[in-house]
Design a protein around this ligand. Structure first.
Ligand code: C2E
Ligand code: CA
Ligand code: CA
Ligand code: CA
Length: 275
């Protein structure tokens, strides 16, 4: 047993130490990033599958870390959530997105991701209310994207928060639909304004029968319940043709554009309006 213990120690310690160090390094880096304003938002268009063109943009956060380039959210959001820093980071993203969108043409909306940790925080409703008031963005132009997994513990507190957010005039979006377990049940209890079908389904279109059936069923549900259905991760024309044929209202993906910095948004709006 003693020998085992030693082996275990030898085997795990360096890896553990490394992971702890990188966690600590990220945590310090994120504090610094907040102080120094190293975060930026990039914007990816949401496009109508019918005639009416561009509908809005999703704000996606990036961290321009000195000496390390542009860091994607998957590499720092988990640590931000674990350390509670997602609170101030999320609040910054919300305000920045609203401030930027307030300068765009009236019909164009802005979607902001809300992390599960933020969603459970008592202060969320108040920070959304203040962001709208301070930036004078029309509340109906703001969409809040909440991932399906947040709703796993489908308690009354969640429902209460969703209703309060909607009462502010914001639209409530279920993100990554199809990746969790609770989504269908939840749709009975709260009428989301929009459901985004996870890109894992779209990736298999148009050839996969299973994905085709799922996307078609979700689009049918959207029609019956008056929920806008968005297909994520549309990269190819054949996928756009498929989601359009299957009844999705909106599409988002590299086919139209990668997420772009704020300065490129006006040109992108112009390009998407022409095509
Ligand atoms: P998400 O909300 O599902 O965002 C969509 C992700 O798919 C984005 O990755 C986007 O760049 C990527 N994407 C868009 N079109 C395509 C496509 O055609 N093909 C492929 N392969 N990918 C596509 P990104 O920007 O790296 O963001 C990853 C995740 O990080 C987001 O997933 C979201 O969960 C989270 N995130 C991003 N910004 C924020 C934020 O401000 N706050 C919080 N809490 N989470 C954020
Ligand atoms: Ca999203
Ligand atoms: Ca998504
Ligand atoms: Ca996702």
């Amino acid at each position: 047993a003693k020998a085992d213990g030693r082996n275990t120690h030898r085997f795990f310690a360096p890896e553990m130490a490394e992971r702890l160090k990188s966690f600590h390094d990220l945590k310090l880096g994120l504090h610094e990033a907040l102080r120094q304003g190293e975060f930026e938002l990039h914007y990816q268009p949401l496009v109508c599958t019918g005639e009416s063109g561009i509908r809005g943009f999703e704000a996606l956060i990036r961290w321009r870390r000195p000496g390390r380039g542009l860091i994607r959210p998957a590499d720092f959001i988990p640590v931000a959530e674990e350390t509670g820093l997602i609170g101030p980071i999320g609040e910054w993203a919300l305000r920045e997105a609203c401030r930027e969108a307030a300068r765009w043409p009236d019909g164009i909306g802005i979607s902001v991701n809300v992390s599960s940790v933020q969603f459970r925080d008592k202060g969320l409703v108040e920070s959304v209310r203040r962001a709208l008031a301070d930036t004078e963005l029309a509340p109906g132009r703001l969409e809040l994207e909440i991932t399906e997994s947040v709703l796993l513990q489908d308690d009354d507190a969640n429902l209460g928060t969703l209703r309060e957010l909607r009462a502010l005039g914001a639209r409530i979006v279920m993100d990554d639909f199809g990746t969790g377990y609770s989504a269908l049940g939840y749709l009975c209890r709260f009428r989301f304004d929009k459901v985004k079908i996870d890109r894992s389904f779209v990736a298999n279109l148009p050839r996969c029968d299973g994905s085709t059936a799922v996307v078609q069923a979700v689009a049918g549900m959207g029609r019956n319940l008056g929920i806008v259905i968005t297909a994520e991760g549309v990269e190819e024309q054949s996928q756009l043709d498929a989601v359009r044929r299957l009844g999705c209202h909106e599409a988002q993906g590299y086919l139209f554009s990668r997420p772009v910095p704020a300065a490129e948004v006006p040109a992108l709006i112009a390009r998407l309006r022409e095509s």
